[in-house]
Write a protein that binds this ligand. Structure first.
Ligand code: SF4
Ligand code: SF4
Length: 271
């Protein structure tokens, strides 16, 4: 399992019994997981690296500079699921690339993939927090790689750097620029001021860029995640349909052109 996932590009791999995740899951999420994978026993967790290398400028969050991670992870996880099905005849391996019913960061930390950061992210040893998480849910009783949850060093730099004050005991999505920049429609004055302060068209990386645990990375972005051109001002004037077509396969298109166009207008406003 580990070897297959490493060959697929993962920089950290582990396996946890789903029973250990139950208390963190709603009844609805638990049901969805059980219906997708009847007899569900284990969750295999894998981290795939992206990163700030090769980025010189731009106003897109680092995760959105390359190809859409949903697509990339699906392409990398599908052959692993097939290979594992052959290795464990009669067992299921259902893969998830985001939007899984599981508490993803907690599960990955419990499976020993890395530390649990105060910024709410998993921090792997090799690629820091610049990773996308992928999962394979299975009814096979694979050996667990469970460790205890290991917290980050708790320096508080991420909290200090957060423009919205979104990092407390938990992440307050309503104050996080990663969420606000993706909202559709008009923003209220407070949200618009935060976007202006963040200076980004899409997302925010500050709590990752200041993290000392990210300074000693040894594994860097997979080829698909190397940066492609940002949308220009002209691109932001395209119709929604044209914009989606022009930037198909990028992670920032799922809400269409409107949020980016609005954010761009906010950034251009005089202070
Ligand atoms: S992504 Fe930005 S706004 Fe959100 S918690 Fe991190 S620093 Fe704060
Ligand atoms: S900046 Fe400090 S407190 Fe925040 S996640 Fe990194 S190590 Fe933890």
């Amino acid at each position: 399992m580990e070897k297959l996932l490493e060959q697929a590009g993962a920089c950290a791999v582990g396996c946890v019994a789903v029973s250990r995740l139950r208390e963190c899951m709603s009844d609805e999420a638990w049901l969805r997981a059980a219906q997708t994978t009847p007899g569900l026993k284990r969750l295999i967790c894998a981290a795939f690296p992206y990163g700030p290398e090769h980025i010189t400028s731009g106003k897109l969050s680092l995760y959105a500079r390359g190809a859409d991670y949903h697509q990339v992870l699906r392409e990398r996880l599908a052959p692993v699921a097939e290979a594992l099905s052959r290795q464990y005849p009669g067992c299921r391996f259902d893969f998830y690339a985001d939007v899984s019913p599981f508490p993803e960061v907690y599960a990955a930390a419990l499976a020993g993939l890395g530390k649990l950061g105060q910024n709410g992210l998993l921090i792997t040893e090799k690629a820091g927090s610049f990773v996308f998480l992928g999962f394979l849910a299975t009814d096979a009783e694979l050996p667990e790689t469970v460790g205890e949850i290991v917290p980050c060093m708790g320096c508080g730099a991420c909290q200090k750097a957060c423009p919205g004050g979104a990092l407390g005991e938990t992440l307050d999505q309503s104050r996080c620029l990663s969420a606000i920049t993706q909202m559709r429609g008009d923003l209220n004055a407070e949200q618009a001021a935060l976007v202006k302060q963040g200076g980004m068209l899409w997302g925010c990386d500050r709590c990752q860029l200041v993290c000392p645990e990210n300074q000693h990375r040894t594994v860097f972005a997979l080829p698909e995640f190397l940066p492609q051109p940002d949308p220009t001002e002209q691109d932001l004037q395209l119709s929604d349909r044209q914009f989606r077509k022009t930037f198909a396969g990028r992670a920032f298109t799922w809400r269409g052109v409107q949020p980016l166009r609005r954010n761009s207008e906010i950034l251009k406003e005089e202070s």
